[in-house]
Every structure is written in structure tokens, then in C-alpha cells.
Design a binder for this molecule. Structure first.
Ligand code: DAH
Length: 344
């Protein structure tokens, strides 16, 4: 036993010398001093010795155990010092290295155009009014003079929800009714708002049509508002968006919620009116639909059409961007392809 004790001691010391990492320290500790370690096991056997040898053996064994514990501590300190020195050396900072360039994000082209459009209308006295994306069938159609079986409903293919009569708005026009209800609640007041937002249509996605797109709606309601106010206002908008010399023309059209209705075109800024693929050889580019608010729609909004009148318009920012930048496929807008987005 005595001999075995001394040989464990020598072996433990020798092993300790060969240790270089904290992991090895841990393993050594459990091998010799741990609960099932060699020193613990041999101490437990003290009882098997003849009584007269027990005291001496126990004393020496405890001494060895303490010596080993001290040796371990020293070795551990030394290893930690080396490890620290090594990590400082490896992780050395070269403060003269140039920094990594920050990559800046950019705004989506639709966001930029929406901001530009809002800015122009704001300068002309229009407030931004936010209406909801999820609409009631009644607001999207009926109150806009399209009763349930009106053929004009076919113009818009609609996303229905599982809730009866709850749909995704197919245009921003229902916001007109919501704005009128708000403004007429405490006695009727004049209105001058734009309503920007996302619209949704259950369409086949193609280069020309998407299932979601933005619109910016406009609504002015007051006393004595006339068609000439509408024409002058949209022409001024066009000049602010396309430049002061922009030529504008009006084309008679039809929308159920306006009467009379017209479409607004600007002279093609790409060919100057000569005719090119962007303007489909017509020399003109359509920028919005508009008209005088239909008396029925004014009434549905809480305004008496014998006293009040108004105009409305609706435009598509993505279409405007496409024409300005000769983008031929609307699907680029929501495809999140950086090769497209980074051009703006
Ligand atoms: N809501 C129409 C559409 O989605 C656009 C529009 C046309 C809005 C004429 C108007 C308007 O306010 O007066 O096609």
C-alpha cells in the first residue's frame, strides 16, 4: 500500500508536468483527486491495513493529497497565464486596418414616388387621410354607386375573405366615403384630402397586372367646386411632377362614382409627343382617372348635393414610375430583386 501510494504520487506529478491546457487540468484533477480519483480510492483502503500501520499510512496519504493539490494549483496558474498571453497575441488588433464600408439601404421606388406625390399634394393644401385596406363590400362598391348587381363591379376582380361582405379594397375610392363620413359627422365641413394606400385585385399576375399595387386617391368637397377647379388642380399637379412645361390633356371617360368623368394624360416626356413604345405611339401617357363626385356618392357621404359639390381623382404610383423609367414589367416591384431595387 505504502509503495502504491508513492507510485501514484510520482505518476501524478509526472502527468501534471505534461499538461498544457485547462481541459487537461480538469481531467487530471478528476483522475487523481476527484471523488473516484486514485487518491480518494487508496485513502478509503486505509481500514484494510493492520491497525498499527494505519496512522502512518493515513498521515502520509493526506500529506500526498495536499502536495498534489498544491502542485495542481501552481500548474493551473501557469497554464492560465500562458493561455491569456496566447489569446492576446492571436487576437491582436491592427488599428491601422481600414474600416469595413457601411452598406446603406435605400427606399423602395414606390415609397419614393408616394412621398413625392404626397409632398406635391400637401403643398397644394391636401391632407393625408389614411383609410383601411380591409373593407366592407358596401364601401368598396355600393356607396360608390355600384349596387350589388351593377355591371361596373365586373371591372374589378375582388379578394373576398371568409367573413361575408368583408373584402380587400380593390381601389382607394372607398376612403372617399369614410373621409366624408368623418368630415360630416359634426356638421358638414369642406374636404381636401389625398388617400394613399395599397389596393388588391384577384388578377392573373403578368407583366401588366399585379395582385397588389398602390393608389393615391384625392377628394375635394366644398361649395361651388367646378370642373374647371378639377382641371386646373390636376394640371398643376402634373406640372409639379413632370416639370413646368408639361402639356396636359383631358379625355372623357366613365366611372360610376363621378359624373362627368375624365382621364388625364400628359404629353409623353420620352418622345415629346412623337410617339414611342412607352406611350404606345400615341404621344400621351395616362396619369389618372378623375371626375366630379357623383351626387349619389355625395349623398352617401352625408353631403347634400344641391349645396355641395366636389371632385375626385385616383392615380397609380407604380404606373407613373414605370412610365418615367421605362420599366416594362410590374412584377419587379414586389419581387425584392436587389438588381432592380438598387437602381433607385
Ligand atoms: N377607383 C378608380 C380605379 O381604381 C380610379 C379613380 C377614377 C378614382 C376616377 C377616382 C376617380 O377618384 O374620380 O380605377
Amino acid at each position: 500500500m505504502q509503495e502504491k501510494l508513492e507510485s501514484i504520487y510520482q505518476k501524478a506529478l509526472a502527468d501534471l508536468e505534461a499538461i498544457h491546457t485547462s481541459e487537461e487540468v480538469k481531467a487530471w484533477d478528476s483522475r487523481y483527486l476527484g471523488r473516484k480519483g486514485e487518491m480518494t480510492l487508496i485513502l478509503r483502503q486505509t481500514g484494510k491495513l493492520p491497525p498499527e500501520e494505519r496512522a502512518d499510512f493515513g498521515k502520509r496519504a493526506n500529506e500526498v493529497k495536499n502536495l498534489l493539490a498544491t502542485a495542481l494549483e501552481k500548474r493551473e496558474a501557469l497554464i492560465r497565464e500562458h493561455e491569456l498571453a496566447r489569446s492576446l497575441e492571436e487576437g491582436e488588433l491592427d488599428v491601422t486596418l481600414p474600416g469595413r464600408p457601411l452598406t446603406m439601404g435605400g427606399l423602395h421606388p414606390s415609397t419614393r414616388m408616394l412621398r413625392r406625390i404626397k409632398e406635391i399634394w400637401a403643398d397644394m393644401g391636401f391632407q393625408v387621410y389614411r383609410s383601411r385596406d380591409v373593407e366592407h363590400d358596401e364601401y368598396n362598391f355600393t356607396l360608390l354607386n355600384m349596387p350589388p348587381h351593377h355591371p361596373a363591379r365586373d371591372m374589378q376582380d375582388t379578394f373576398y375573405t371568409t367573413q361575408p361582405n368583408i373584402i380587400l379594397r380593390t381601389h382607394t375610392s372607398p376612403g372617399q366615403i369614410r373621409a366624408m363620413h368623418d368630415y360630416s359627422e359634426d356638421g358638414t365641413r369642406p374636404i381636401r384630402v389625398i388617400l394613399p394606400g395599397m389596393c388588391y385585385r384577384y388578377e392573373q399576375i403578368t407583366a401588366r397586372s399585379e395582385i397588389q399595387f398602390h393608389q393615391v386617391e384625392g377628394l375635394a368637397v366644398g361649395k361651388g367646386i367646378r370642373m374647371s377647379d378639377l382641371k386646373g388642380t390636376v394640371a398643376e399637379f402634373a406640372r409639379r411632377l413632370y416639370g413646368p412645361d408639361t402639356e396636359v390633356r383631358y379625355r372623357a371617360s366613365y366611372f360610376p362614382f363621378t359624373e362627368p368623368s375624365m382621364e388625364v394624360d400628359v404629353k409623353c416626356h420620352i418622345c415629346g409627343g412623337q410617339g414611342c413604345p412607352v406611350c404606345k405611339r400615341t404621344g400621351w401617357i395616362e396619369i389618372m382617372g378623375s371626375g366630379m363626385v357623383h351626387p349619389e356618392v355625395l349623398r352617401n357621404g352625408g353631403y347634400d348635393p344641391t349645396e355641395w359639390s366636389g371632385f375626385a381623382f385616383g392615380m397609380g404610383p407604380e404606373r407613373i414610375i414605370m412610365n418615367k423609367n421605362r420599366i416594362e414589367d410590374i412584377r419587379y416591384f414586389w419581387a425584392n430583386d436587389l438588381r432592380f431595387l438598387e437602381q433607385y
